[in-house]
Design a protein around this ligand. Structure first.
Ligand code: NCD
Length: 312
């Protein structure tokens, strides 16, 4: 039973299969109608203490399309956080309003876990600093499963800022739950994947490379990420690394076959817009799937009666 969603490490194989099959049914149903009334009278609260477009909006859309309500904490600078209110006090106060679920993004590693110990409702980690972004990993793996029909046995290259990004770690933790994955971590040495992530995937085949062209095998998925400028903290390093990896159609043609191209978005310099026209480019499908996967996750966390999904 899921209570809070703090880390991608929490999910087991059966829970993933359950969430993905619900997401698939919801995707179907919501293509025919605007709303499926599963979350009537429930309130989701979004608390984003760091910028976000897709994660916040897809949770809002997910809840609205389940006929639930959403309350947004608002931008930090217009709340009492700007007057110096502590995180703990803010959480205690929000708990008093009795939301049914809180979706939290913070610059601070461990913030969601901390909140989960203060409030009574489920807390969903929507990104805690460089650490984790478990619901992004859910929609990433869902998209892989939807597009390729399987996850076991796949070869996946994860490229870009693997050190300061939180999507490569959560994606790795989730993929590690499947069988026989081959990981190719492609990044300049300063941005290579963190030790703690390598430990979690050590029962799979792992390669670390600095350039995409070094991959000799056929890969099924290329997952690109942007340089996390806000966490590098060093403008010189940013300028030095900026543009050090850029995925273009020419570069992709050097691979044995063009894999599924994925990206959590937003992109900056690392993924050329000319790639968008390739049939393998799936980053906007990923973003769309975020609504259905998050809606499916909400049905579990809120214990919603989903029997209507299976009839008719
Ligand atoms: C990611 C994040 O916030 O970590 N964005 C997202 O949620 N889709 C990736 C990023 O910001 O680079």
């Amino acid at each position: 039973m899921l209570r809070h969603v703090i880390s991608a490490k929490q999910f087991d194989h059966d829970t993933l299969a359950d969430i993905f099959s619900t997401a698939k049914i919801l995707k179907n149903k919501l293509s025919e109608r605007r709303v499926v009334k599963l979350a009537v009278d429930r309130i989701l609260m979004t608390v984003f203490l760091e910028p976000s477009t897709r994660t916040r909006l897809s949770f809002v859309y997910a809840m609205k399309r389940l006929a639930g309500d959403v309350v947004d904490f608002g931008p930090e600078e217009v709340t009492s956080r700007a007057k110096g209110e502590s995180f703990e006090d803010t959480m205690r106060m929000l708990d008093g309003y009795a939301p049914d679920v809180i979706v939290l993004r913070s610059r601070e590693v461990g913030a969601a876990e901390k909140a989960s110990k203060i409030v009574r409702c489920p807390v969903i980690n929507a990104g805690d600093g460089w650490n984790e972004h478990p619901t992004q990993a859910l929609l990433d793996v869902y998209t892989i499963w939807e597009q390729l029909g399987k996850v076991d046995g796949l070869r996946i290259a994860i490229m870009g800022d693997l050190r300061y990004g939180r999507t490569p770690s959560s994606l790795s933790y989730l993929l590690a739950k499947y069988r026989d994955i081959t990981f190719y971590y492609v990044a300049p040495p300063q941005l290579q994947i963190r030790e703690e992530v390598l430990k979690e995937v050590s029962h799979h085949t792992v390669h670390q490379l600095s350039r995409l062209e070094e991959i000799r095998d056929e890969v099924d998925v290329l997952y690109v990420t942007r340089l996390q400028k806000e966490r590098l903290g060093d403008e010189n390093l940013y300028q030095q690394l900026r543009g050090s990896y850029v995925v273009t159609v020419d570069l992709l043609k050097k691979l044995r076959k063009i894999p599924l191209i994925m990206h959590p978005l937003p992109r900056v310099d690392e993924l050329s817009t000319e790639v968008d026209a390739l049939p393998q480019a799936k980053y906007f499908v990923q973003a769309e799937n975020g609504v259905y996967v998050r809606a499916a996750l909400l049905t579990k966390l809120l214990n919603l009666d989903t029997s209507v999904l299976h009839s008719g």
